[in-house]
Design a protein around this ligand. Structure first.
Ligand SMILES: Nc1ncnc2c1ncn2[C@@H]1O[C@H](COP(=O)(O)OP(=O)(O)O)[C@@H](O)[C@H]1O
Ligand SMILES: N[C@@H](CCC(=O)OP(=O)(O)O)C(=O)O
Length: 359
């Protein structure tokens, strides 16, 4: 097989794995497993991010009394994840491929140590020929600790694992340039950097999904900006994964990756915005320097305000004079020291360039 990539993250959405009545579509699952097995045997390392726990649990359990949304999610995912991983285990075993379960949550990406622990876990699995099957630990991650959806999780995983491509499989052929149901709408084949897609995306979601197409596109852009090819394709289409990898002419939307490589630590920082403990407000001169191609750190002289309390090594947001986000960085000092140095010349950077991700 002529291969474009050697390490790929594949995300399978709830809708791909679920029939209209909410039951697990084992035929579709089996077809996807066959494709992943083919790629694995061709020497491509696959990291699978699979949704479907809640959807597959929902069809197993019929609660006697009405449950709130958190209880439902916890109950259905506890049962459904066991069912899901069991199916995967059996299906991959027919190909002689071992799989392992990785359940994670947003907090596990918040410190560099946790992040590297997870990376190590999946690296050692891949080195031993084991396919990691990742999902959010829905049983314990609730409300503010949740990922927006598994698209966000798959972006983090692709970035963390230095995958060359992220393939997001949904129930649609890609991103349409109008309402998908409108016959005159077409799949956008390629999306370059900086293209605004918001006018195309309808806020409707498929029946079992969580985030919708809007989160898919913003995650896809962010990941592509880190140099990873992102493809949104239809997981219900026969042989789609193998066809994409073989570069066959099948419909999908491809986000053109940035040609500038992004370091591993910057990738972590890029996805850490949700963990920011404070803000550094910078002046127009500093904003201008940061938006140029030059490598620049955040120096105290360019800082006009330090908002919030943070410790050294915490994540901080960088904000311009009008309150617009400029970037995210890892602070090299605590908030008190940053306030002390603010506006002064000749001081050490508050965020060093190596730990600064400009949006
Ligand atoms: N412009 C668009 N192009 C494609 N799909 C769109 C668009 N606007 C909205 N959608 C909707 O987004 C849905 C896919 O997102 P989502 O429900 O989150 O799926 P998944 O469960 O695979 O994560 C599609 O089924 C479609 O209804
Ligand atoms: N962790 C959840 C995934 C929910 C989710 O994000 O679904 P989707 O939008 O289909 O990727 C589950 O397994 O049910």
């Amino acid at each position: 097989m002529k291969q474009l990539f050697t390490r790929v993250a594949v995300k399978i959405g709830s809708n791909v794995l679920t029939r209209r009545d909410g039951t697990l579509d084992v035929t579709r699952m089996s077809a996807l497993v066959d494709q992943i097995a083919e790629l694995h045997k061709a020497g491509i390392e696959i990291i699978l991010v699979s949704s479907g726990a809640v959807a597959s649990g929902r069809s197993e359990i019929h609660p006697g009394k009405k449950l709130d949304s958190v209880d439902q999610r916890q109950l259905f995912s506890a049962v459904g994840q066991a069912k899901l991983i069991n199916r995967y285990y059996e299906l991959f075993r027919e190909h002689g491929i071992p799989v392992g379960q990785v359940l994670t949550m947003k907090e596990n990406f918040s410190t560099r140590r946790h992040y590297l622990n997870q990376k190590n876990c999946m690296t050692v699995m891949l080195e031993n020929g084991v396919i990691p099957i990742v999902n959010e630990n829905d049983t314990i991650s609730v409300s503010e600790l949740m990922f927006t959806d598994n698209d966000e999780l798959s972006g983090l995983i692709a970035s963390m694992m230095d995958a060359q491509a992220l393939i997001i499989l949904s129930n649609i052929d890609g991103i349409y340039n109008g309402p998908p149901a409108d016959p005159s709408s077409q799949v956008i084949r390629e999306i370059g950097q900086g293209r605004d897609l918001s006018s195309y995306i309808q806020t409707t979601k498929s029946s079992f999904g969580r985030g919708g197409m809007l989160t898919k596109t913003s995650i896809a852009r962010k990941v592509a900006d880190e140099g990873i090819t992102v493809i949104i394709a239809n997981g219900k289409r026969d042989n789609i994964l193998v066809d994409i990898i073989k570069n066959e002419d099948v419909p999908y939307t491809r986000f053109i990756p940035s040609s500038e490589p992004v370091s591993s630590v910057k990738k972590w920082i890029a996805h850490s915005e949700g963990f920011a403990k404070g803000e550094l407000h910078i002046n127009d001169c500093a904003t201008q320097i940061l938006s140029s191609d030059k490598a620049a750190s955040i120096l105290p002289i360019g800082i006009t305000a330090v908002v919030g309390e943070f410790e050294k090594d915490d994540i901080v947001r960088i904000v311009d004079s009008e309150g617009n986000p400029v970037g995210i960085g890892k602070a090299d000092c605590n908030s008190g020291q940053a306030r002390e140095a603010m506006g002064k010349h000749g001081k050490r950077p508050v965020v060093h360039y190596d730990y600064l991700y400009i949006e």
